[in-house]
Structure formats: C-alpha cells, structure tokens
Design a protein around this ligand. Structure first.
Ligand SMILES: *[C@@H]1O[C@H](CO)[C@@H](O)[C@H](O)[C@H]1NC(C)=O
Length: 243
C-alpha cells in the first residue's frame, strides 16, 4: 500500500478521535475495563490500564504448557505496525512491582503486517492479522496474567498494554525457568526509556521465540535507561565478560 505524505498526515490526525487496538484473543479481563488507548504517559495506569487498587475480574483461558496459542485484535488503528511482546506474570493481581517475563516477541508488523498507515477506519474490525505464540513447556502451572504490549511505529510515542487472565496447565515447570525468561521492555511512560518514531523497535532481549516481519537492519533499539527489558540475557553477559 502506498500513502502520500498528506494522506499520512490526515491519518495521524484521524487517530486522535479514533479508537486504537484492543486485545480480543486471548479473552481479556472484563475489569479493569479494556480501553484501546495507550498507558498514560505518567505510567499511572501501568500495568494493564489498571488504576492502583483496581480488582482484576475475568475467566482464565486454559493454556497447556508446550501448546501454541493465538493472539488477535479488534480495531483498525494499527499505526503502521510496530513491535509487540507477549509476557506473563503469576502475580494475582498484577501490580506496578510485578515482574513480566517475555514468552514471545514480534519485531515489526504488529499488530498488522505490511501496513503503512492505519487499516480502513473501523473500531469493530476483527479481520486484522493474528499471531501465534508458544507457551513454554517449563514454566510453572497456575493462574497467571498474559500481557500484550505494543510499541507503535507511527504516531505519538506510546506504550499499549492489554491483559488477559490465563490458567497455565500441565506437569512440571519451575520458577527458575520462569526467571530465566527476559524482562518485558517498557518504554514511553516516563520511565527513562524511549523509542523513535518511524522505526520498528528491536528488542534488546527478545527471548528465544521471535517473529521478525521486516528487514532486521531496519529495526531500531530503544534509547535511554530501559531496565531489565534491555539488559543482555544473564548468560550472554557472563560469557562476554569471561571471553
Ligand atoms: C484459578 O482461577 C479460577 C477461576 O478464577 C479459580 O476457580 C481457581 O481456584 C484458581 N486456581 C488457583 C490455583 O488459584
């Protein structure tokens, strides 16, 4: 698809009054109510668009360890795509202090592949792209929360986060396997980590399950102090120091 500069500019203005994207699959929490807007720039409703003290209500989707799961969205304001992560926490409910561990990273083309601007405006659109992600076979069983986070390519510098309750099922699993997963990258909410407009974010620590939909060379790292989400994996750091 080809957009002239004026069409892009008009699209940018249109997004001000247009709904963004909502997580549809897996079924999100019914409370806190899902909003399609980004996390507040102050971080006040991080995580999951929940105000402090909000109760989390929803029916967990069962997910077997080692299975493949689908992620799908409602809406059309895909902002030229961007980069997304699927992360998990077992904190119930999740809080600002929760550790989110990455189980899948999508670099470029999320939440729509090969889309230069927005899809034709329709806040109820369910036909945009879906994505597959694996449930690691070695993480603990139990009720958990899965987060979809999105760093949009075009438009204001924002951080989107919708959450869904899940029940991780199956034998085995360990806390140490969970701890070994990368930390979720958090940016653009006043935490000292930012991303550039027009660039699909390259996750400094994407983990072992990665879908990259654009030329690797076109990806750009986040800037600033990005915390655990930007730290090299512990094993890799040790290896480079001993080399
Ligand atoms: C998981 O959540 C379900 C439904 O909310 C609840 O019935 C069940 O007791 C929870 N399981 C554990 C281990 O907390």
């Amino acid at each position: 698809m080809f957009f002239t500069k004026s069409v892009l500019a008009a699209g940018g203005l249109a997004t001000l009054s247009q709904a963004h994207m909502l997580l549809r699959t897996p079924a999100p929490y019914t409370s806190p109510a899902l909003q399609s807007g980004p996390i507040d720039a102050s971080g006040s409703n991080f995580p999951c668009q929940a105000q402090p003290g909000a109760s989390f209500v929803g029916t967990p989707t069962p997910m077997a360890k080692g299975s493949k799961q689908q992620m799908a969205f409602t809406g059309s304001a895909v902002h030229g795509g961007g980069s997304c992560q699927v992360s998990i926490t077992y904190d119930n409910p999740p809080t600002k202090a929760s550790k989110w561990k990455v189980i899948h990273s999508i670099q470029g083309g999320c939440p729509a592949r090969n889309t230069a601007g927005n899809l034709p405006a329709d806040p109820n659109l369910q036909g945009s792209d879906s994505y597959e992600f694996p449930i690691p076979s070695d993480i603990p069983s139990g009720n958990a929360t899965i987060a979809w986070t999105w760093l949009n390519k075009i438009g204001n510098r924002e951080f989107y986060m919708n959450c869904a309750p899940v029940a991780i099922e199956g034998e085995g699993g360990s806390e140490s396997a969970l701890a070994g997963l990368p930390d979720m990258l958090v940016a653009n909410i006043g935490n000292g980590c930012t991303t550039a407009e027009g660039v699909d974010v390259k996750f400094p620590n994407p983990g072992s399950s990665v879908e990259t939909n654009v030329d690797e060379g076109s990806l750009g790292a986040p800037q600033g102090s990005c915390g655990g989400g930007a730290a090299p994996a512990r094993r890799a750091r040790r290896a480079s120091f001993s080399a």
